[in-house]
Design a binder for this molecule. Sequence first.
Ligand SMILES: [Zn+2]
Length: 249
Amino acid sequence: MALSFEQKEIYARNIKLKEVGEEGQQKLLDAKVLVIGCGGLGSPVLLYLTMMGIGTIGLCDGDTVSLSNLNRQILYTMDDIDKLKAEQAGKRLRAANPNANFSIYPVFFNEENAEEICESYDIIIDCLDNFETRIILNDACIKLGIPFVHAGVSHYGGQLMTIVPGKSACLRCIFPHGNVNQPKVLDNAILGATAGVMASMQVMEVFKYLIGLPVSDNGFIFYDGLKMTCEKITLYPLPSCACRSAKLR
Ligand SMILES: [Zn+2]
C-alpha cells in the first residue's frame, strides 16, 4: 500500500533517512509493537513509537497514576491522578496520532495473561519496574519466539539489552538463580531524564529491528549519566538455559 500524501508529510524526516525511505516507513506502519509498563520508561517509549509511525501499538499496565509518578512519567498530568495509566496513555497517544491503532490492556501482566497479550506482536518492549514480572515476560517471549528489548533504570543510569530468541542470551542466562543475590534497591530514586535516555535507546533498538538494521542483541549496555559513559558487556546464552533451543518465529 502506497503512503498517503499526509503520511509522506508527517514522516518526511524519517523518510529522508537513507536507511528508511518510503519502504522503511511502510514497514513501521505495518509493525505491531507491545509495551509492557506505561511508567517512566513506557511514557517516552510510547510517545516515540506513536510519532515514529508504528501502525499498531499495545499498552499494558494495571496501575493508576500517582503524584510521585509525575517527575518522569511524561504522558500524565495532574488530571490523571488515580486513573488507569493504560487508559489515560491511550487517550493521549490517540490524540497525538489518530491514524495508529492502539490496543489497551489495563491489567497487570502476569503468568496467566502473558502469552495471550504477547502473541500477536512483532517485538515487545520491557518497561517494567520489577524483576519477577520481567522473568514472566522473558519466558513468554522465549516460548513464543518474539524478540524483546529490556531496559532498567535507577538514579542516573540504566541498562539495556535486546533479546532475540535463538540468538541472544536471555534474562534467565544472566540471572539463573533469580534476583535473590542482587542487591535490593532500597530507594526508588530516579531523575526523569534518565528514564528518557534509556527509553530512547529502547525505541532505537525497535526501530532498527523493524527496518532490518543490526541491533545490540549480544550483551548488556550500561549507561551512566553522571560520568556520561556507555559500556557494553558481551554475553552468550548459558548452555543449560531454555533459550538455547528457542526459535525466532
Ligand atoms: Zn537464557
